[in-house]
Design a protein around this ligand. Structure first.
Ligand SMILES: [Zn+2]
Length: 430
């Protein structure tokens, strides 16, 4: 029996905001001592009341609009109940049946991937396991977290990796998150199952691989699961519905616990936060704020600047680089600039002025054939005969005298190292 992969993604993105999702605590947690950015709300103390962060809602809707979703005019928060040490309230405020954004899509290569929903929730605290103890840091507790859920439209691990990268680029273009995977600002979960090739039906089970924090691990974990599940099918067994985690040291996925069905979370509407209503005028304004996204920019760069697709992709990898390129290209040849930026990564860190200066200096320098003419002139001058003789008899430093003469004749527009090289060659041949 030939099997095919059925794969959907859940992508969590930590929003870049001044404060947390439901309290005024600072969201700038990366330089802070453990448990210094907390308050009764994000510690889940009795009686504390959550107040939603307006900017977080806007950022989520902006992402939804960028992913071609319908933005809901009516939405609400719900409680997702479960017990875990890093969840102080015993529930997470999330969104269940009325998320902020639904029914979107993204085009990947020539394939369309469905975006089921984009919703907003709060992050949990962090458990640190040390010397047999579990330490808890609640600085992360209550940070605004967006979840993007895709349809099970992926048939290869490469497609899943490419879409995750695209979403990372999009949130960076929207400037709603740095999406730094090492900092946990972008976290991936993959729902992996297999079915008979050609079947239209969705499999009756899925294996959820949790908390993947690099694109490379995503690829490895999916490939591992495909092999593991295929073997089960081959021996006449059905893979179990469960959560698994990627263990990078052993390069395997390991079973964590049986997957909760939705009702296990006993979702119910968050009673402390009234439902949200958005006017069509407000939602229109959000949609109008979506900037030119990476894929569209790549197309435009190819069209306007006549550069190759791969070159344009590199330039559009980040918003900053793409903007730098466009600004600088007004002052210099875009094709040459594009090639330099692609091949010389150190140029990418310069600001536009310094970038242009560096490029200009190189543009103005005389090329090898022009330098050869000057070098020959200098060698043939009577006044330099002694210096040449000295150099030939082993006085290395007398080449500096000749170098000076060439640089003077070239009005300084020469690369000294290249001049030296030509001088040596010409003297040896003379
Ligand atoms: Zn707080």
């Amino acid at each position: 029996m030939k099997l095919e992969l059925v794969l959907g993604l859940e992508i969590h993105i930590q929003l870049k905001l001044k404060s947390k999702m439901f309290c005024r605590c600072s969201a700038d947690i990366y330089q802070s001592e453990p448990n210094t950015l907390t308050c009764p709300v994000c510690l889940g103390l009795p009686g504390a009341l959550p107040v939603p962060n307006r900017e977080a809602i806007k950022s989520t809707q902006l992402l939804g609009a960028a992913l071609n979703c319908k933005l809901s005019g009516f939405s609400k928060f719900d409680r997702k109940n479960y017990f875990y040490p890093d969840l102080p309230k015993g529930y997470q405020i999330s969104q269940y049946d009325l998320p902020l954004c639904v029914d979107g899509h993204l085009d990947l290569f020539s394939k369309r991937v469905g975006i089921t929903r984009v919703h907003l929730e709060e992050d949990t605290g962090k458990s640190i396991h040390e010397n047999g103890l579990t330490l808890l840091d609640f600085n992360k507790s209550g940070l605004a977290l967006v979840e993007v859920v895709t349809e099970p439209d992926f048939r290869t691990s490469t497609e899943a990796v490419e879409l995750s990268k695209l979403i990372q680029r999009i949130v960076r273009y929207l400037q709603i998150s740095d999406a730094d995977m090492e900092k946990g600002q972008l976290r991936l979960e993959a729902n992996v199952s297999l079915r008979k090739q050609g079947s239209e039906k969705l499999p009756t089970y899925k294996v959820e691989i949790k908390n993947i924090n690099s694109f490379r691990f995503l690829e490895k974990a999916i490939k591992y699961e495909v092999t593991r599940q295929s073997k089960l099918f081959e021996s006449g067994l059905m893979p179990e519905q469960e959560n698994r985690g990627w263990d990078d040291i052993k390069s395997v996925t390991l079973s964590q616990r049986e997957k909760e069905e939705a009702h296990d979370y006993r979702y119910f509407p968050e009673p402390d936060i009234p439902p949200m209503e958005f006017s069509s005028k407000y939602l229109k304004e959000i949609k109008a704020r979506v900037p030119e996204l990476p894929d569209k920019k790549v197309e435009r760069f190819v069209r306007i600047y006549g550069i190759g697709v791969d070159t344009a992709r590199v330039l559009c990898e980040s918003l900053e680089l793409s903007e730098k390129f466009e600004k600088a290209s007004k002052e210099t040849d875009p094709k040459r600039l594009a090639n330099l930026l692609v091949n010389k990564t150190d140029l990418r860190n310069l600001d536009v002025d310094n970038l242009l200066k560096r490029i200009k200096v190189k543009e103005d320098l005389l090329d090898e054939s022009a330098l050869k003419v000057i070098v020959k002139d200098v060698i043939n001058l009577k006044e330099n005969v002694k210096a040449i003789k000295d150099y030939k008899s082993g006085k290395e430093q007398s080449i500096m005298f000749l170098l000076g003469a060439v640089m003077k004749k070239a009005n300084g527009k020469a690369d000294p190292l290249l001049v030296k090289e030509i001088l040596r060659k010409e003297i040896n041949e003379s």
